[in-house]
Unconditional design. Structure first.
Length: 298
């Protein structure tokens, strides 16, 4: 397996958070530059300049972080290529992109098991529940991990300085729950989420889905999309036997409280566009590229 940044145990080493955030910031700026200029096929020097690092630094950072080169990442994220992969009425987007990747990954869907809370638990806004939370560095910036005694209940993301806003956003979903900061207690859970060496089907990550019946059905459908593939909103609507509910499906995807693990980033527009993402389109692109690298390692 490639030596990804997350595999350097940065989640558990004291004082490593700043370095992880600097790495993510460099990658984030490079991704933004590539996304804006992909039509001109910019050089590695131009990408590195946009990220304020040297070409060698950017090359090694991408290889370590995503498992592929900046050029491969650029190819994987071009919207034009995404459109060309749409297959007629099925509109299933294979993420076997120009970097030579092929076949859907099975790591993610074997790694996750889930249960839905009762409608009553959702309606009372989490009353009587205790949510433990902590902020942790991850391949996509800072991750906000929220857990209950039944499993992972929330996963959000923030750029430096936006942690309070991310927490407020998640608290608004279950306003009557109690919240306790517990970084040490959520660190191991954060590592299980992002370290693929810990993705084991015999020890699945338990996820608790808290939402309406319709939202939970949408989120369960997202969990069935293999890593390295994507579906359009209309496909997802059809799969839950509500083909005319594309807007409602989009709203439910936007409310997904367990980002990345419940992979709302694998939902695309009908024409293959990487449509809006609650935690930023650049981060959505980064997740797709990261997963492309993981599939290539299988």
């Amino acid at each position: 397996m490639m030596n990804l940044a997350i595999n350097d145990h940065r989640l558990t080493k004291p004082g490593s958070q700043n370095a992880a955030l600097r790495d993510y910031d460099s990658v984030r700026r490079a991704i933004a530059f590539i996304s804006e200029h992909w039509r001109t096929q910019p050089t590695i020097e131009a990408m590195a300049d946009a990220a304020s690092v040297t070409p060698d630094e950017l090359h090694h950072l991408f290889r370590r972080w995503a498992g592929l080169t900046p050029k491969g990442f650029m190819q994987a994220l071009t919207l034009d290529h995404a459109k060309s992969l749409l297959k007629g009425s099925a509109s299933v987007l294979d993420a076997a992109l120009d970097s030579g990747l092929s076949g859907p990954g099975r790591l993610h869907d074997l790694f996750v098991t889930h249960e839905a809370m009762s409608p009553g638990e959702w309606k009372n806004g989490g009353a009587g529940m205790t949510m433990r939370y902590g902020f942790h560095p991850c391949p996509f910036g800072t991750a906000l991990v929220i857990a209950t005694n039944r499993g992972l209940a929330g996963l959000a993301f923030a750029d430096p300085g936006d942690e309070a806003s991310a927490l407020a956003d998640m608290r608004s979903r279950w306003p009557n729950a109690g919240y306790v900061e517990d970084r040490d207690g959520t660190a191991a859970l954060a590592q299980r989420i992002f370290d693929t060496r810990l993705w084991r089907p015999d020890q699945p990550l338990r996820v608790v889905l808290i939402g309406t019946d319709f939202e939970v059905r949408v989120w369960e459908t997202l969990l069935k999309i293999p890593m390295g593939c994507a579906l359009s909103y209309s496909d997802i609507a059809s799969r839950i036997s509500a083909p005319k509910a594309q807007r409602a499906v989009g709203a439910a995807i936007g409310k997904n409280p367990v980002s990345f693990v419940v992979p709302c980033h694998r939902a695309l527009g009908k024409d293959g566009k990487l449509t809006g993402y609650h935690w930023g389109v650049t981060r959505k692109q980064a997740m797709i590229g990261w997963e492309a690298g993981q599939v290539g390692l299988q």
